[in-house]
Design a protein around this ligand. Structure first.
Ligand code: HAM
Length: 418
């Protein structure tokens, strides 16, 4: 028996309905704020991710599924969607007519992390990006949409963590202050962080090794080094969130695991998932589009961990299996043949319908109808066929009535809607 790959998983019927519902609620919300769906490949040239996410990040250093194809080109299964959506924006010159573009995407991502509850090697994201808006209001819209979506899904106990990561103007001063501290605690840092310190010291703040976390516990906060423009931007974000009554906490330690961020960075955290506390994360990345060869364009976005969100919503609601509308219990080959014709027409009419093809007893078929959660069962045997009638049993009230085979589709369409 061949099993699936470690860290990958099947999402089976029963659970899928929950995913569909979440996706419908999310898409409905995004569309109302003028975001449109975009679909892009799950594989890109490795360079795209290395250059955008950053060479010194865990994702690029250790987690990407990268391989050389037959011609030796290095390809990577996408570990996130932002870089690819930016690539598409630049490649198709989507900025030409109107630089303001708003997209969402739902799909699988791949990271070779250590699998555990809420952390998979193939996982799904609901990703949202807005290009071309510099105003802080779009930052607010992002966090407002997350907050609203979680509320609509009944997930109340998430908290938005918010920070500003500054811009190329204010970062050098912060970097210097941070370096002064890192030099002092150099001996306590892990191997990776010693290397990161030289190339990208902010990454040290994000290290999960306890000794490193302890070493940087007193690190200066970026928000204390913001230039006046970044300060203004951040103040408008927090003021507008307050005005919209979106709760948040300022988290001076939040740096995010990807290098492209500038200014506003945020995560939605929850206690419901043990160690994997981030259900969503995002932020502004005003320099990325230009860095990848596009025109200077401000941008911001977030991604929700779909697996994690489904887990939380599932815990709250339990899974409510949805039953079918009608089961046709056909007795004997002649009845079966007729029943199959009706099944086809009823399905076509929008009635969810199923039948048994094994020619089993009425009792066995009624049992299956029960298992499928059928609202009604249509019983059809030779005697009924001869009379031109069938029995319709309401599985909730247990009432049974005779209905004519003539005009059956119309009668059932009416009866089942009652
Ligand atoms: P990220 O923080 O790397 O951001 O991922 C976003 C969310 O994806 C996380 O908060 C988490 O819920 C989920 N996630 C990440 N890794 C895994 C995993 N191995 N298993 C299950 N869920 C996972 C990004 O990916 C950015 N592209 C977000 C963004 C969009 N920033 C701007 N635009």
């Amino acid at each position: 028996m061949i099993h699936l790959i470690r860290g990958f998983r099947d999402i089976l019927p029963g659970e899928v309905e929950l995913w569909q519902r979440i996706e419908t609620v999310a898409k409905d919300l995004f569309e109302h704020f003028s975001y449109r769906e975009i679909r892009i490949p799950i594989m890109e040239k490795t360079e795209l991710f290395a250059r955008s996410i950053g060479e010194d990040t865990d994702i690029v250093e250790k987690e990407m599924y990268t391989f050389a194809d037959r011609k030796g080109d290095l390809l990577t299964l996408r570990p996130e969607a932002t870089a690819s959506i930016v690539r598409a924006y630049i490649q198709h010159k989507l900025y030409a007519e109107d630089p303001v573009r708003k997209y969402y995407l739902v799909g699988p991502m791949f990271r070779r992390e250590r699998p555990q509850k809420g952390r998979y090697r193939q996982f799904y994201q609901i990703d949202v990006e807005a290009f071309g808006v510099a105003a802080p209001y779009i930052d607010v819209q992002m966090i407002f949409m997350l907050h609203t979506l979680f509320n609509r899904l009944g997930v109340g106990d998430t908290q938005a963590h918010l920070n500003s990561l500054g811009c190329p103007q204010c970062r050098p001063a912060y970097r210097q202050a941070l370096m002064a501290l890192l030099d002092k605690v150099h001996a306590q840092l892990c191997e990776d962080c010693r290397r990161r310190k030289a190339r990208n010291p902010l990454r040290v703040l994000d290290c999960k090794v306890p000794a490193c976390q302890q070493a940087v516990a007193d690190a200066p906060a970026i928000v204390d080094y913001l230039c006046p423009e970044c300060r203004d931007h951040f103040d408008t974000v927090t003021r507008s969130l307050d005005a919209l009554q979106v709760p948040f906490v300022l988290n001076k330690r939040l740096v995010r695991g990807l290098d492209y961020y500038t200014r506003t960075a945020f995560e939605m955290q929850t206690g419901a998932l043990g160690a994997q506390s981030a259900v969503a994360g995002g932020g502004r990345y005003d320099g990325l589009i230009e860095a990848l060869g596009g025109p200077p364009t401000p941008a911001i976005g977030f991604a929700i961990g779909f697996d994690r969100l489904a887990e939380i919503v599932g815990q709250l609601q339990g899974s409510a299996p949805s039953g079918i509308g009608l089961f046709i219990a056909a007795l004997g080959p002649a009845a079966q043949e007729k029943a199959f014709m009706w099944l086809s027409r009823l399905g076509d009419q929008g009635i969810s319908v199923e039948m048994d093809f094994a020619g089993r007893s009425l009792k066995a078929q009624m049992k299956r109808a029960d298992r499928l959660g059928a609202g009604h069962v249509l019983i059809l045997g030779d005697a009924e066929l001869q009379k031109g009638m069938a029995q319709l049993r309401n599985m909730t009230t247990k009432e049974q009535q005779e209905i004519a085979l003539d005009g059956l589709v119309e009668t059932l369409a009416r009866e089942l809607k009652k």
